[in-house]
Ligand binder design. Structure first.
Ligand code: COA
Length: 381
């Protein structure tokens, strides 16, 4: 179908909702979350504080932040049927993002009235989903390696507790901070595909759990949240900085896309890549292997952008969030197969905020399609 300004492909440039949650300035490479530039939030607020900002419109006082952290901590354990579902998913070889989608859907089982879409019910469900998602992913990681899940600890913030549930050890504060910063960095991002999917569901007056479950389904695709795993594979395959240029040229000649580059909205470097490259650099100080990978990534980034500019002139394909996400998450000892589920753990707070906003808006999102099929067919005989 041809592109025209009246029928933009993929709704490119179409405003589907007004939001107070976040603004993506693609030309200038800026991201505003609840009124704050990303750089102002990431590394300075905790994930729980950023979630409070999205759910209520303001950053919490110290007492309110402690209260929200406590409330989320109290909701971390998985009900038995949800844990059983995660076990079954692992036994059948389902990836963590699928286990998370199944588990998210089953989380309505112990909610007294899952259809309640009042503001109070929405916020309660938001806390529950954000609290439980890391527990699901940690359980998947443990079960996949043949170990039993570790019960969540209520005395740790969300990111530190996740690392505890994965390793069983006291979480390293630097690693916990890196994961926390990652989750703040990806907490919300305008009308991206999964957020739109969630808002469409919420716009029918469907509930929080249904909307967030649908959003997970949209996130898992490689054009959205599924890129960082392949980014790591790509770096390992490239192996050396000298091999980068021939590798990229060969892929582009074969018509392939380079993962971690290009964005529908950003035409300059994604500001989240900026934040996460700093985090990856800090994390790479600890181990030589990580340092080598980080140096390779920085060298490849420059080469890839240069080659993309030459092969795809005028497309302004720049580094996106997924490129450095891969480095941050692997430096935490996490495997690529878990990356998109970890993205969902952070974005869940943003999805929930959009559901709250959409429920308040209470207007059905229902676009139209342009029929391009045949007409007037008749049934023979
Ligand atoms: N590598 C190579 N070429 C790319 C590319 C990439 N990563 N991203 C876009 N292009 C090319 C397309 O092939 C197209 O070329 P053409 O005009 O010669 O046909 C042109 O750039 C425009 O692509 P288009 O698909 O219209 O852009 P989009 O806005 O729909 O795509 C993405 C945005 C993110 C889906 C796309 O850039 C992509 O696939 N990136 C790789 C996956 C990724 O990193 N995803 C994470 C996003 S945060």
């Amino acid at each position: 179908m041809s592109e025209s300004t009246s029928r933009p492909r993929g709704l490119d440039g179409v405003v589907a909702a007004q939001t107070r949650l976040s603004h993506v300035d693609g030309q200038n490479g800026r991201l505003v979350i609840g009124g704050y530039e990303l750089d102002e939030l990431a590394g300075k607020t905790t994930f729980e504080q950023a979630a409070h900002l999205l759910w209520t419109g303001t950053l919490p006082t110290a007492a309110a932040a402690a209260e929200l952290t406590r409330e989320i901590a109290a909701r971390r354990p998985l009900p038995a049927p949800v844990l059983a579902l995660v076990r079954e998913a692992v036994a059948r070889g389902a990836p963590p993002i699928d286990a998370l989608r199944m588990a998210a859907s089953a989380m309505s089982l112990d909610v007294p009235n899952p259809a309640d879409i009042s503001p109070a019910a929405d916020v309660a469900n938001a806390k529950m989903l954000v609290a439980r998602f890391p527990t699901v992913v940690a359980a998947w990681i443990r079960l996949r390696s043949g170990a039993e899940p570790i019960a969540p600890r209520a005395d740790l913030p969300l990111a530190a507790n996740f690392l505890h549930m994965v390793t069983g050890r006291e979480p390293d504060p630097i690693a916990a901070r890196a994961l926390d910063t990652y989750w703040v960095t990806v907490i919300d991002h305008g009308m991206n595909a999964s957020t739109f999917a969630g808002r469409v569901i919420a716009s029918t007056r469907s509930d929080m759990i249904s909307a967030v479950t649908g959003a997970i389904g949209a996130l898992k695709g490689p054009l959205h949240g599924g890129a960082p795993g392949p980014v790591l594979d790509m770096l390992h395959e490239i192996g050396t900085a000298a091999n980068c240029e021939p590798w990229v040229r060969a892929r582009l000649a074969a018509g392939e896309r380079i993962m971690g580059f290009g964005h529908r909205v950003y035409k300059v470097r994604d500001p989240r890549a900026q934040v996460l490259s700093r985090v990856a650099e800090q994390m790479s100080g600890a181990q030589l292997e990580d340092r080598e990978l980080f140096d390779l990534a920085r060298a490849c980034e420059q080469t890839i952008v240069r080659v993309l500019d030459e092969v795809k002139p005028g497309r302004n394909l720049r580094t996106n969030v997924e490129f450095f996400t891969a480095l941050v998450l692997q430096s935490l000892g996490l495997k690529p197969e878990t990356f998109v589920a970890l993205f969902a753990c952070g974005r869940a707070a943003g999805w929930a905020a959009h559901v709250i906003e959409q429920h308040a808006e209470d207007h059905l999102i229902r676009p139209q399609s342009e029929y391009v099929g045949p007409r007037g067919l008749t049934i023979p005989g």
